[in-house]
Design a protein around this ligand. Structure first.
Ligand SMILES: Cc1ncc(COP(=O)(O)O)c(C=O)c1O
Length: 397
């Protein structure tokens, strides 16, 4: 069947694919340890669920305004004021069906053929395809383990051309766990303003931070609020991945255009999730700190285990819930005649031979690495790490 050309330019999400493969193996009775999932393993807090249940039982089952209810938008405004000290008017906020949808809408209204968007690698899997679907060109700027996966300003400067329309910032970062220091964000902000480049700041891992790392939004840099759209959502901070609630805060014309696109595509996000936005953002926050404390224990454990492996190094993540070890020391080795030459071979090897699912780094534009999510129980992590260790020992050397 003849399909539109734009579809052939993208691939399905590799992270969702590996997760689906591991889940299928489990369903077939195979004992797989999954490190693939990008979602907290905790349940959504009761008070948030209750807010949605009450709304549902109370008859909140109809269309709401396209960009979300006033109460939900006010809850987001209150959060941004409280946490970031930033004031937004109601027409500067839109609620969408997950942060992924928020980002999709942003690219649709901000960029077009001929435009370039700077994406910092290793990057979250959906940025490049979403830029491509909007007709624009992703321009990749590499970061290194040695530099804590933080971009070097000169590299960004070099990548900027007359066509650069936007840059995507994702701190804390999926997959690396990098957290950009405030000074670095202020420098990027100054450069972006100087070059007339708009900043898309994906802050979905704002709350999952460790070891004293202080989150700073680039929109907080002097003069930057008008040059930034903040993207955030409930998925990661409140363990609400299935609820599909994301939001954006930015200049009114941009939010207005996103609302127009949303009005012709999905309309409003689920009506009875709106009161859950209020409950999550303005209700008790102890759930978040308890969850982050659990993640932190796992982070330290998995890091110790990874760093003890021969031929493997791992950056200490400052945020999110992923470890991103460099496995390239294992490349060139083989097992039963099958050589591991890249991250895809590595992930296949671990899945087939060790029954451990991890995401190959190539999905994030970093083929020497693989991503392990530690948003899974400690027992699973111990078991998975034992298997990885054994898998590595089984390689011919
Ligand atoms: C960096 C980043 N941004 C955005 C998203 C999308 O989150 P959601 O659509 O679940 O709100 C994710 C989810 O994995 C992510 O890791």
């Amino acid at each position: 069947m003849d399909l539109a050309k734009r579809v052939s330019k993208i691939k399905p999400s590799p992270t969702l694919a590996i997760d689906a493969k591991a889940k299928q193996m489990k369903a077939d009775g195979i004992d797989v340890v999954g490190f693939g999932a990008g979602e907290p393993d905790f349940d959504t807090p009761e008070h948030i669920k209750q807010a949605a249940i009450d709304a549902l039982l109370g008859g909140m089952t109809k269309y709401t305004p396209v960009p979300g209810t006033l109460a939900a938008k006010d809850a987001i405004r209150a959060k941004l004021k409280r946490d970031q000290g930033l004031e937004y008017a109601r027409d500067q906020i839109i609620v969408s069906c997950g942060a992924k949808h928020t980002l999709y809408n942003i690219f649709q209204v901000l960029v077009q053929e001929g435009d370039e968007v700077i994406i910092i690698a290793p990057y979250w899997v959906s940025y490049p395809p979403q830029v491509v679907l909007a007709g624009a060109t992703p321009v990749i700027v590499e970061t290194t383990e040695e530099n804590d996966f933080v971009p070097v300003l000169e590299d960004l400067e070099r990548a900027m051309t007359g066509r650069t329309r936007a840059i995507v910032i994702n701190s804390p970062c999926n997959p690396t766990g990098a957290g950009y220091p405030r000074e670095c964000l202020e420098e990027i902000a100054a450069l972006a303003m100087d070059r007339g480049v708009f900043v898309i700041s994906d802050e979905i891992y704002e709350k999952t931070i460790y070891g004293g790392f202080e989150f700073f939004s680039i929109a907080q840099a002097p003069g930057m609020q008008d040059h930034t759209v903040i993207v955030n959502g409930l998925s990661k901070s409140y363990s609400m991945t299935g609820w599909r609630i994301g939001y954006a805060a930015g200049p009114a014309p941009l939010i207005g255009a996103m609302t127009k696109v949303q009005s012709q595509s999905t309309s409003n996000p689920v009506s009875f999730c709106m009161p859950a936005v209020e409950a999550a953002l303005n209700g008790p926050q102890d759930f978040v700190s308890e969850m982050v404390a659990r993640f932190d224990e796992r982070r330290r454990y998995i890091l110790d285990r990874l760093c003890a492996l021969e031929g493997v190094s791992c950056f200490t993540p400052k945020g999110a819930f992923y470890a991103f070890p460099n496995f390239s020391g294992l490349y060139g080795h083989s097992c039963r005649g099958k050589a591991i030459e890249n991250s895809t071979d590595l992930a296949d090897y671990f899945l087939e031979e060790a029954r451990v699912a991890l995401v190959p780094g190539v999905a994030f534009g970093a083929d020497r690495f693989a991503r392990l999510s530690y948003a899974t129980g400690m027992e699973n992590i111990e078991k998975g790490m034992d298997r990885i260790e054994k898998g590595i020992l089984a390689l011919d050397r």
